[in-house]
Design a protein around this ligand. Sequence first.
Ligand SMILES: [Zn+2]
Ligand SMILES: [Zn+2]
Length: 567
Amino acid sequence: MAATLPRNAQVAEQFDLLADLLELEGEEQFRVIAYRRAAELIRSAAGPIAQLALDGEAKKLPGVGKTIESKIVQIVDSGEIEALTKRKARIPSGVAEFLRLPALGPKTARRIWQELGITTVADLKRAAEAERLRTLPGLGAKTEERILRALAEKPQEKRTLLAAALPAVQAVVDVLREHPASTQVSEAGSVRRRTETVRDLDIIATASDPAALTDYLTKLRWVSEVEAHGKTKATVVSHDGLRFDLRVVPPDSYGNLLQHFTGSKRHNVALREDAVRRGLSVSEYGVKEVESGEVFTAVSEDELYERLGYQWIPPELREGAGELEAARRGELPELVDVGDLRGDLHMHSTWSSDGKNTLEEMVLAARARGYDYVAVTDHAHYLREGRLQAQWHEIAELARQLEPFRILRGVEVSIRADGSVDMSDDDLAGCDWVMASLHSAFDKSPTERVLTAMENPHVDCLGHLTARKLNRRGGADIALDRVFEKAVDTGTLIEINSQPDRLDLRDVHARAAAEAGVQLVISTDSHELGALAYMELGVAQARRAWLTKKQVANTRTWRQLLKLKKP
Ligand SMILES: [Zn+2]
Ligand SMILES: [Zn+2]
């Protein structure tokens, strides 16, 4: 019975922890990366990975292989990866928690543990307060300050990334739609609003036979646990640890309930308050006219918003951030759409050692998505000693075959500690498109470095500005208003990076940037073919930021875009 096997999410967690501990022990990076990648793959695998490993089939998955498979079998047999058990015995559990602090890298964490003998987060806090960390060469008051600040922030629970939640909920909605008893099925909740992470996945449906539909959900192949099961409601957990909540509602108030369960809470509270001022009382079941006692139910959201005096509001905007006022005036922005994008301006190939596909494969896949152009932006430090020119040669050859499709000679440079970038001006001058990003030392005057980089006449666009990683580390402490102002002054564009754990700029920041007059770019930062589809996530983020097509530079042709960017 599958239910006795560990869930994919539990298996993945062990690989993530193993990677953490290897990092603490100073193991080779490639091993650490291999385990992290395995964790990622296992988390997103469609079937139960434990069963696949027992059948000897897991190693056929890309990135899994024999070693990982045997470790998964160890989890099934004894509950834990042997290497993990061994390391847990050597490394105090508190030390692994140090890595969750954005202020601490593995090397520093190891030194604090081994040289100062600090093994718990509580002791770490005390040592920072007592200014004892600065007794280690290389550590100073600033590190102590950062650690204390990080500890003061609430520990964040791990939430499911939109990239995992979205295809999962869409697949379940499709499956439920095909069931003969279902009439209407829709995603709801935070996933429908496309928040960057979600907790549960909500689905709202109407059905001719509600019990048949909830029953059907609980019996689907991928369900590992049924948490609740009634005639009109069911909650199930999948093998990868996602929790689905299905509610079957009466068709005549489908609009009310869908709106209610889409949220957000702030949006709904503001909507109800506004209604009260107009003599209406709104609940999930209907809109009551207080004076007459008459109740209005809506079969669709359109009807509901219209009855309340608003334009229909796209779910991405329902955050209680001015959307009701705008919808009342009929002035909601016309949001950018995936189909508006003409090119992807950030991607890596095997020219970067972390790229998984060749330049040709990446370019062809991008072209197949219907774009007019792509920028190949491998990391500058892999393009030294003639490799840049060799790449240009490859681009020129391929470009000839693919005309009029355009391949841009791009590069992603790193912003160094002094704000300079890691490629010579001569080389930069030969590039069509230059992204500049922070990749390390996020705490070392990040604002000043970014401002300096923007003054570089070759830098066209900032990549993943705050360098945050969802569920892993917060963003660098950057004075965004100053960066946005400088971006407008210098004509530097700023990216919304579509990587599932980046989504950087985040929604509210992207909105502020656009309001300041910054032109944004939505790009995928793909390191493999599949990642090109993450554009949908970046666009979702842009929609949450109220962005219109005009505010996103790569909805333009390359010729038009040239007029926007630095000469
Ligand atoms: Zn980068
Ligand atoms: Zn990149």
